[in-house]
Write a protein that binds this ligand. Structure first.
Ligand SMILES: [Zn+2]
Length: 111
């Protein structure tokens, strides 16, 4: 399921930041029951997920998770799995090391 994409790549003192957003009106996974829906109920504040490090600098994925309504579980926060994104981040590192512009690179990243 390719529902998220990179909108911004930043390098800061704290590390590399990869801002991610939802791609169009995709279905989202939620809760414990493994359901999917595209009916959202607002979003949570942006938070960061820390991932692998590159040259002693950690990567952070920044994202505002959606709230979704599950008929069985009620209001839940979108379940995000960044495993695929970390794979892409590794590819991103390879591209960045070739001195491409961050913005150009980000355009091609559909996660
Ligand atoms: Zn549920």
């Amino acid at each position: 399921m390719k529902a998220h994409w990179v909108t911004e790549v930043m390098e800061t003192e704290e590390g590399w930041g990869v801002r991610v957003d939802l791609l169009g009106n995709r279905r989202l996974k939620y809760g414990n029951c493994g359901g999917e829906t595209n009916l959202t109920r607002g979003r949570r504040p942006e938070r960061g997920w820390r991932g692998l490090s590159l040259r002693d600098k950690p990567f952070w994925i920044l994202y505002r998770p959606f709230q979704v309504f599950c008929p069985r579980c009620g209001l839940r926060v979108e379940k995000v799995s960044w495993a695929r994104i970390w794979e892409r981040v590794i590819q991103l590192i390879a591209l960045l090391s070739k001195k491409l512009f961050f913005k150009e690179v980000a355009q091609y990243f559909v996660l």
